[in-house]
Design a protein. Structure first.
Length: 125
């Protein structure tokens, strides 16, 4: 079956982004470089998977991509831990809270301009 993997333009900060996401999620990235420039990275940590690179040309737009990603978490504790790490140097939009529809949700932007919408569906009682 076909699938979608997010691809993020990190401006010229791909090495810093890989280090940051390793600290947040664990996992690792395969990185291909052309001199000082990262031309492709493939990050995986459990069910978390995205690709990215440094901006490939001046015509590609401003530094940093600005995509939004939804991260479905395995527990409320995991959601709170990821959220606390992701917003360091970024911006909190709203801290983890009960959604009113049976989930804990949070929303923030990390230091690379990536918006994270975190979700944990509480078990039905």
């Amino acid at each position: 079956m076909a699938g979608i993997v997010p691809y993020i333009d990190f401006g010229d900060k791909s090495p810093q982004a890989v280090s940051f996401y390793r600290d947040v999620f664990g996992g690792d990235a395969e990185v291909q470089s052309d001199g000082e420039r990262v031309i492709h990275l493939d990050f995986q940590a459990g069910g978390i998977h995205f690709m990215g690179s440094d901006r490939q040309s001046e015509e590609a737009g401003p530094d940093g991509g600005g995509p939004s990603l939804v991260l479905n978490c395995d527990s409320e504790e995991q959601l709170r831990d990821f959220y606390a790490k992701l917003v360091v140097g970024g911006q909190e939009v709203f801290a983890p809270a009960d959604s009113g529809w049976g989930a804990i949700v949070a929303h923030g932007t990390d230091q690379f301009g990536v918006t994270w919408m975190l979700n944990y569906d509480k078990p039905e009682s």
